[in-house]
Design a protein around this ligand. Structure first.
Ligand SMILES: Cc1ncc(COP(=O)(O)O)c(C=O)c1O
Length: 428
């Protein structure tokens, strides 16, 4: 690491503490971004295969222009009439099923999920929340307590129950998709029964239907639908966290849940919504929004301000005009076939999983169980970083390479990723 970066790191430790997270053994000191490329302080270029926030590409000129134009015209808190946010809310809701016909805005995914929980509890009269046993939905006190994918000082609350999400690669044990769906959905039944036994009424099932933090397991047809039916029969709502899955990444749909037949009651949004500008929110049935709004007098100073609305609209414009869903499908299929070829050449790759432009490689040890290889995954992401490609890792064993580039990723970019990955896998 250059001497200047050492100095900056020490200053950061001193002023921000040693535990403010940083990626890689040698942290990357970034100064500029453009499209799928990031540049460090020495001018070295990195291919960004990690970041979903800049979904239409780093510093997309149309988004930057929309932001600057609105910032020099008007920016103000959200309790005045402004056409920008109404236009955006109408456009956004039109991308969902007709039952999801109203929007509320926040600045972060955390706030969106917190608001969704409050809304679900208010409209159901219940308090019980079911989450997956390896999930993250935000950093407020309630959501930290519900976090199951990393340690938090807050214990899992009495109102919460965890369910395990099926991963066909590790959980199949000779079972068909139907059996897998049924066996794992029965955990939702048990969670509901256990709440009821403790006098807790279920308010919501809160999941990301791509199960990104869980490691992007292959979808088990019918599982989400069964889980949602069980929760609804017990009086709870289905809250779908689209903070990672949303905005066309799957290529086959604008939203992750649209790959299933389950229509959520509340959808939460964030990360890619503003391409890096902090705008997030939720979409729900107008009846829920009106009922909750009537009781809670909810407002958010910055959530959905005129600049955020202009930026979020520009992001939708680019997704539409550049047909980024089609790009996710085409380039996604191209990368997938390259990853399958790498699996055939490198025994350390136990399993390839993907949804559009979201990929996971399950790295395994050379043993009979194909046991997870977190140390190899850690080494590999550092080898990739040294070779100028940024990726990360996920999953309950921290052994699944996480690759989730901006949606403008091209086949040429894919070739760089695949060649570098081939080289780094060989160097492991
Ligand atoms: C699935 C999911 N939900 C919610 C959040 C929280 O979003 P934010 O960091 O904007 O509060 C995250 C952040 O990583 C996430 O991955």
């Amino acid at each position: 690491m250059p001497a200047d970066d050492h100095h900056l790191l020490e200053r950061r430790y001193r002023i921000m503490g040693r535990n403010a997270p940083l990626f890689y053994d040698k942290p990357v000191h970034l100064v500029r971004g453009e499209g799928v490329w990031l540049y460090d302080a020495d001018g070295k270029r990195y291919l960004d295969v990690y970041n979903n926030v800049p979904c239409v590409g780093h510093c997309h000129p149309q988004v930057v222009e929309a932001l600057a134009r609105q910032a020099e015209t008007l920016n103000i808190h959200t309790r005045y009439l402004h056409e920008g946010i109404v236009n955006y809310a109408e456009r956004l809701c039109a991308t969902f099923a007709p039952s999801l016909d109203a929007a509320m805005f926040t600045c972060t995914g955390t706030e969106a999920n917190e608001l969704a929980l409050r809304m679900a509890r208010y409209v159901t009269g219940g308090t019980g929340i079911i989450v997956s046993d390896f999930s993250y939905h935000g950093n407020s006190e309630t959501l930290a307590a519900l976090t199951t994918c990393s340690p938090t000082p807050e214990p899992l609350p009495a109102f919460a129950r965890q369910i395990q999400i099926p991963d066909p690669y590790r959980d199949r044990q000779g079972r068909s998709d139907e059996e897998l769906a049924r066996v794992f959905a029965s955990q939702v039944e048990q969670a509901v029964r256990s709440m009821q036994a403790d006098g807790i009424r279920p308010a919501a099932l809160l999941i990301d239907t791509l199960f990104a933090n869980e490691g992007l397991p292959d979808r088990v047809p019918g599982y989400v639908e069964q889980a949602v039916r069980i929760v609804r029969e017990a009086g709870g709502l289905f809250i779908c966290d689209e903070v990672q899955a949303g905005f066309a990444r799957t290529g086959d749909a604008m939203w992750g849940h649209q790959l299933t037949d389950a229509v959520p009651d509340i959808v939460t949004l964030g990360k890619p919504m503003g391409n890096g500008h902090p705008v997030a929110g939720l979409v729900a049935a107008r009846a829920h929004v009106d009922a909750f709004g009537g009781a809670a007098n909810y407002f958010n100073t910055f959530g959905g301000n005129p600049v955020s609305a202009a930026v979020a609209s520009a992001v939708l414009d680019v997704i539409e005009t550049e047909d980024l869903a089609a790009n996710c499908r085409n380039v996604g299929a191209y990368v997938r076939s390259g990853l399958d070829q790498l699996k055939a050449r490198h025994p350390v790759v136990g399993n390839v999983r993907s949804q559009g432009l979201f990929f996971g490689l399950d790295l395994v040890n050379d043993d009979a169980q194909n046991s997870p290889a977190p140390d190899k995954a850690k080494r590999l992401i550092n080898l990739m970083r040294d070779r100028g490609v940024l990726i990360s890792r996920i999953g309950r064993h921290d052994n699944i390479l996480k690759m989730r580039p901006p949606l403008v990723f091209s086949k040429e970019n894919a070739d760089v990723l695949l060649t570098t990955l081939d080289d780094a896998l060989a160097a492991l």
